[in-house]
Design a protein around this ligand. Structure first.
Ligand SMILES: [Zn+2]
Ligand SMILES: [Zn+2]
Length: 283
């Protein structure tokens, strides 16, 4: 039986462990097949791939792209190539957009009497300054007690320091990933909180755009919801995936490998995913 974890973040986005540290932790925790899926970047992949090779763990390059408007929707892309020109150009443009957005949010925090210097933010070179990083700096400076407070009072949608992202249509992200020879998978559908009808309407748009899979085994889904998501996914011939969405040890996020005990069909599902990844490469 395979022990996969296909949803892991590193310091290349908003995780706290480097790609090599993530691979070691995965190995220690019994994961034998991992995908690193940082937010909107391919930067951690080559380090992770080398570390996985050295450790003898199977590795699948991936990323998690944020899309949507009012509601943020995450699309995982499996089997991506860090050399894909169109994908790289797209991610660079998004990065510039995020940079402008974080500058505006920091301006607003300063106006609110909560200045943060670049040292406070302690961003790793190349890492993007997103809201989680800003929130951690606010906690360190004593402006707020915890992440919840930072988001509820200042950084959440509609709050005084919040600046909206540029909207990106999910269908656009799906077709971008297909053109980049990757397999697009809807991440944690349970987090959308939509009613059945809204979800089904959106899902049909995404299927038409080329969506190929759905993440079922995610810590945001209660174990008694797995069957519901499985049946929706299989009804639409979608590939089933799973992962911990690991960001850091010992916090409210799940740890690496945490979904493995629930993922009883990992062998069949991985086989489907890997053949889709191989077929996409050949296109
Ligand atoms: Zn996500
Ligand atoms: Zn994630």
């Amino acid at each position: 039986m395979l022990h996969p974890d296909l949803h892991i973040h590193t310091t290349a986005s908003d995780g706290v462990l480097s790609p090599s540290q993530v691979v070691l932790r995965a190995m220690e925790r019994g994961v034998d097949f991992l995908a690193v899926s940082d937010h909107d970047t391919l930067n951690g992949l080559s380090e992770a791939e080398h570390a996985a090779q050295a450790a003898g763990v199977h590795f699948l390059p991936a990323l998690e792209i944020s899309a949507g408007g009012d509601k943020e929707i995450h699309i995982l892309g499996y089997g991506v190539s860090a050399q894909d020109a169109a994908l790289t150009a797209y991610l660079d443009a998004m990065k510039e957009d995020r940079k402008q957005r974080s500058i505006k949010m920091l301006d607003r925090l300063r106006t609110l009497g909560m200045p943060l210097s670049p040292e406070d933010l302690a961003a790793k070179p190349g890492a993007s300054i997103g809201r989680p990083l800003i929130a951690r700096a606010m906690i360190a400076k004593g402006y707020v007690r915890d992440m919840n407070e930072a988001f509820a009072l200042y950084l959440g949608r509609g709050c005084p320091a919040y600046v909206a992202r540029t909207d990106i249509d999910v269908c656009e992200v799906i077709s971008l990933l297909r053109r980049a020879h990757a397999v697009p998978v809807l991440a944690h559908p349970g987090l959308l909180g939509w009613d059945k009808e809204t979800f089904s309407q959106q899902l049909h748009r995404w299927l038409d755009a080329g969506l190929m899979g759905m993440e079922i085994y995610h810590p945001a889904h209660e174990p008694d919801q797995f069957e519901k998501w499985r049946s929706i996914a299989t009804r639409h011939q979608l590939i089933l995936t799973g992962g911990s969405d690991f960001h850091e040890p010992d916090d409210k996020h799940a740890d690496i490998g945490q979904m493995i005990p629930y993922w009883k069909t990992a062998n069949e599902d991985m086989q489907q995913l890997l053949s889709a990844v191989n077929a996409a490469k050949g296109n």
